[in-house]
Design a protein around this ligand. Sequence first.
Ligand SMILES: Nc1ncnc2c1ncn2[C@@H]1O[C@H](COP(=O)(O)OP(=O)(O)OP(=O)(O)O)[C@@H](O)[C@H]1O
Length: 262
Amino acid sequence: MVETPNAPAVLKAEGVAMRFGARTIFKDVTFEVRRGEVFVILGGSGCGKSTLLKLLIGLMPPTHGEIRVLDGDWTALEGEARRALLRRIGVMWQSGALLGSLTLAENVMLPIEAHTKLPQAARALVASAKLGLVGLGDAQDRLPAEISGGMLKRAGIARAMALDPEILFLDEPSAGLDPITSAGLDALILSLARETGTTFVVVTHELQSILAIGDRCIMLDKEAQGMIAEGDPKRLRDESEHPTVRAFFRREAPRENPGGAM
Ligand SMILES: Nc1ncnc2c1ncn2[C@@H]1O[C@H](COP(=O)(O)OP(=O)(O)OP(=O)(O)O)[C@@H](O)[C@H]1O
């Protein structure tokens, strides 16, 4: 775990609520992400993790509350100012979403082409460096269909890092991976965070990943319609008294059975 108590906040959510029609997904969500940490958003299915991620990256506005990313407020930013902030963050969606007809290098070059005026040779150099960073230096000319699920995730991370984002948002990075490949991806995320100083915000419900990579986390809960825990995942595992938090981190039944073995 990296100690970042004095690092500046790069993301702040204050009293954030989201409703779809009359249905409240969450309310009163308040937390900070500090520069350089791996911050995990966790919770069971349907608690609003992906929705929160969409709010954090400015895809939609919250019903209430304020979100500041790198000191910008999405709801107040338009045009070039919004594009400038978008350039400072990277996102990898669960699907990876690489274009099947392009090689890995061409996929990584896409955002560079869209957001910079770098000439082709420089774009290729950057793409090659990013693929090298995620261990795919030898696979640059392969097509997505020719590589494994774990390699696809790595390529997705390389593409999300193409413009050197200050914050990298990952949506369920280990979804669909076997435990060994997933552990390898965790190791990559940790080493990228530590070696490049990139801040990671990771949505996941994989307990092993959370414990392996998370410096701090928040846990959302569907019934509570909001946050039920915040802090170092290992401390939450060892010390939380909240039944749902304990159930998740210790793989306990939510309500203890007095007659049953612990
Ligand atoms: N655009 C939308 N309109 C209406 N309801 C939505 C919309 N987007 C999400 N929801 C609802 O909000 C709730 C939370 O969805 P969300 O995908 O954020 O949860 P999640 O925690 O990411 O779940 P999972 O882990 O299963 O992906 C769900 O009940 C979903 O149906």
